[in-house]
Write a protein that binds this ligand. Structure first.
Ligand code: FAD
Ligand code: NAD
Length: 475
C-alpha cells in the first residue's frame, strides 16, 4: 500500500531534476528505503537524442516525453513530486528553496524542503559566452519549447518569404538558416533541416525553394571534434553533397536581429569579418553552469577551483559536502556531458543508495541479534550463526566499487538518411558512417526510448512523415 505521509524512521532523499541523471536514479532506486521527494520545473522526462527531429515535425514532441507521474506511479513506495524550480541550496541548514513558476498564481509560490540526502541533477543551461545579441535573437535547442519555437520559426520564414512582392534579397535572408556550433547538436540539427528542405519544402514552395540554404558555423578547424578523423571527413563531405555550407575557423562575435557577424581566420592567420544575413539562427555552442549550481559552488570552499560544475569524488559526492551528490551535466566527474554518462551515474547512485539502506538494516539486525544473545543464552549457537551470516553479507555489500563509466560509443545523425558511429567493439574501435549506420542509429535510439509507448509513437511518426510528409501547419 502506497504511503503518503513521510515515515519518521526513514531518511528524506530529495532529488532535483527529471532529466537523464535523476530519472535513471529513480528507475532503479528502491523507494521503500527513503522518503523520496522529486523537484523539477518539468513534469516529464525528455528523450533528448531525438529532439533535433522535433524541430522539423519529423517527430511530434509528445512522442519523446514521458510524464514523471507515470514513472513514479510504478514505484513500490510513493514518491512526492513538486513541479518547481530549486532556486537555492543551503548545505548548512540542509534545506532547498523551491519556487512554483506556473502561470496559475496560487497562495503559496515559494517554500523550503528539508533533506537528509540531496541529489543535484539539474543539468546545464545554454552557453552564449556573453556574445552580444545571442540571448535576444537566437533559438536554442535544449528543451521541448526550443524545438517548438524553431519549428514555428522555420515555417514563419518560409511563409513570409513567399509574401507578395517580397524582394529577392529579403527572400534570400529569410530562407537562410544559420546554425552556430559544430558539435553533435548543431550537426544533427543542420542535417534534419536539410532533410526537411529536400523532402518537403521543395515540393511545397517550388518557386523559391532553390533559395533555401543552411550554413553551419564552427570556431574550430573542423566539426564534431569528439569523433574520429575519418568520420569528421565523412560528415564534412556528406554536408557538401547535401549543400550545407560549413564555415570552420569562423567565430561568431555579434548577433543582430537580422545578421550574424563572425571572424574568419584564414590559412595565413589573417582575420576577416563576415556578415551573414539570416532568417533563422540556432545557437548550439554547448553548456554553461546553471545559476543554482553556481550559487551552491560559491558556498563550498572545496569548489572554489571548479569552473564547469560541481566537482564530485569517485562516489559522486559533491567535494566539500557529506550529504550531497551530483549527476549528469551539472557534475564534473571527468566525463563528457552526455546522456550516456548521466544515466550511468544515475544507475550508480541507485545502487549506492539501495546498498546504504541495506547496510543500515543489516547493522541494526546485528545489533538486535547481539542484544538477544544476552536475553536467550540457551539459543546462543543459532544466534551466533545468524550474526556471522549477517556480517558476511555486510562485508559483501559494504564493498561498493567507485563509479566507473563504460563508454558504449558515440552516434550522430548527419542528414539524408546517414549517420556516423564511433563504437567500442570487443575492445577495439569501430568507426562507421553511411546508410547502414543510419539504420543502426534508428534502432539504437528506438531501443533507448523510455517506454514502449514512446517507442510506438516514434515509429508512428517516422512512418507518418514518410507516407504523408511533415506537417507544416504553423501552430
Ligand atoms: P537534463 O537531462 O538536462 O535534465 C535536467 C533536469 O533538471 C530537467 O528536468 C530540468 O527541468 C531540471 N532542472 C533545471 N533547473 C532546475 C532547478 N533549478 N531545480 C530543479 N530542477 C531543475 N547525449 C547523448 O549521450 N546522446 C545523444 O544522442 C544526445 N543527444 C542530444 C541532443 C540534444 C539536442 C541535446 C540538447 C543534448 C543531447 N545529448 C545527448 C546530451 C544529453 O541530453 C545531456 O547530457 C543529458 O540530458 C544530461 O542529463 P542531466 O540529467 O544532467 O540533465
Ligand atoms: P559542444 O560543446 O559539443 O559543441 C559546441 C561547438 O560550438 C564547439 O565545437 C565550439 O567550438 C563551437 N563554438 C563555441 N563558440 C562558438 C562561436 N562563438 N562561434 C562558432 N562556434 C562556436 O555542444 P553540443 O553540440 O550542444 O553538445 C553538448 C553535449 O551534448 C556534448 O557532450 C555532446 O556530446 C552531447 N550531445 C551528443 C549528441 C549525440 O551523441 N548524438 C547529440 C547532441 C549533444
Amino acid at each position: 500500500e502506497a504511503q503518503i505521509e513521510p515515515d519518521p524512521t526513514k531518511k528524506t532523499l530529495v532529488i532535483l531534476g527529471t532529466g537523464w541523471g535523476s530519472v535513471s536514479l529513480l528507475k532503479k532506486l528502491d523507494t521503500e528505503n527513503y522518503n523520496v521527494i522529486v523537484i523539477s520545473p518539468r513534469n516529464y522526462f525528455l528523450f533528448t537524442p531525438l529532439l533535433p527531429s522535433c524541430t522539423t515535425g519529423l517527430i511530434e514532441h509528445r512522442s519523446i516525453m514521458e510524464p514523471i507521474r507515470s514513472i513514479l506511479r510504478q514505484k513500490k513506495a510513493a514518491v512526492k513530486f513538486y513541479e518547481a524550480e530549486c532556486t537555492s541550496i543551503d548545505p548548512e541548514r540542509k534545506v532547498v528553496k523551491i519556487s512554483d513558476n506556473s502561470d496559475i498564481r496560487a497562495d503559496v509560490l515559494e517554500t523550503e524542503v528539508p533533506y537528509d540526502m540531496l541529489v543535484v541533477g539539474v543539468g546545464a543551461e545554454n552557453s552564449t559566452f556573453g556574445i552580444p545579441g545571442v540571448k535576444e535573437h537566437s533559438c536554442f535547442l535544449k528543451e521541448i519549447g526550443d524545438a517548438q519555437n524553431i519549428r514555428k520559426r522555420i515555417m514563419d520564414c518560409v511563409e513570409t518569404a513567399t509574401f507578395k512582392d517580397q524582394t529577392p534579397d529579403e527572400i534570400d535572408r529569410l530562407l537562410h538558416m544559420v546554425v552556430v556550433g559544430g558539435g553533435p547538436t548543431g550537426v544533427e540539427f543542420a542535417g534534419e533541416l536539410q532533410d526537411f528542405f529536400e523532402e518537403d519544402i521543395k515540393k511545397l514552395i517550388p518557386e523559391i525553394s532553390h533559395r533555401f540554404k543552411v550554413t553551419l558555423i564552427e570556431a574550430l578547424p573542423n566539426v564534431l571534434p569528439s569523433f574520429s578523423k575519418h568520420l569528421i571527413e565523412y560528415t564534412e563531405s556528406t554536408f557538401k553533397e547535401e549543400k550545407i555550407d560549413i564555415k570552420t575557423k569562423t567565430m561568431v562575435k555579434r548577433v543582430t536581429d537580422k545578421t550574424v557577424e563572425a571572424e574568419f581566420t584564414g590559412p595565413d592567420g589573417k582575420k576577416e569579418t563576415v556578415v551573414l544575413p539570416y532568417g533563422l539562427l540556432v545557437w548550439a555552442t554547448g553548456n554553461a553552469v546553471r545559476g543554482v549550481v553556481r550559487d551552491l559552488m560559491a558556498k563550498i570552499p572545496a569548489q572554489k577551483d571548479s569552473r564547469r560544475g560541481l566537482a564530485v569524488n569517485e562516489y559522486l559526492v559533491v567535494q566539500g559536502t557529506r550529504d550531497i551528490w551530483a549527476v549528469g551535466d551539472c557534475a564534473v566527474a571527468g566525463y563528457a556531458p552526455t546522456a550516456q554518462v548521466a544515466s550511468q551515474e544515475g544507475n550508480f547512485l541507485a545502487r549506492l543508495f539501495n546498498n546504504m539502506a541495506k547496510t543500515e538494516q543489516l547493522e541494526q539486525h546485528v545489533r538486535d541479534l547481539s542484544a538477544s544473545l544476552n536475553l536467550h543464552p540457551g539459543n546462543s549457537a543459532e544466534i551466533c550463526r545468524q550474526i556471522e551470516e549477517s556480517e558476511r553479507q555486510l562485508r559483501r555489500i559494504k564493498d561498493i566499487k567507485p563509479f566507473h563509466y563504460s563508454h558504449q560509443g558515440s552516434l550522430a545523425y548527419i542528414g539524408s538518411e546517414k549517420a556516423v558511429a564511433d563504437i567500442s567493439w570487443f575492445n577495439g574501435n569501430l568507426a562507421s558512417g553511411g546508410s547502414l549506420t543510419f539504420l543502426f542509429w534508428r534502432s539504437a535510439y528506438l531501443s533507448m526510448c523510455f517506454s514502449t509507448r514512446n517507442r510506438l509513437l516514434v515509429i508512428n511518426d517516422w512512418l507518418k512523415s514518410k507516407l504523408f510528409g511533415r506537417d507544416v501547419s504553423r501552430e
